[in-house]
Design a binder for this molecule. Sequence first.
Ligand SMILES: [Zn+2]
Length: 77
Amino acid sequence: MRCPFCANEDTQVKDSRPTEDNSAIRRRRSCSGCGARFTTFERVQLRELTVLKTSGKKVPFERIKLCLLYTSDAADE
Ligand SMILES: [Zn+2]
């Protein structure tokens, strides 16, 4: 994986461990170019979810939209 700091392609995994709920793998990486350390997450990608809108149109599910919707609902109470 490319280093997000210097764009060097050669980064090494220093440590891999599951997250607390075992739904993802967290990897500590280090860049051999600039020495930066960063973390990546590996998650399961199921087939893309689609949302059927009231208009009958199917659109890709976007988690961020759902979060924003919940946030604005809560703010109205
Ligand atoms: Zn780097």
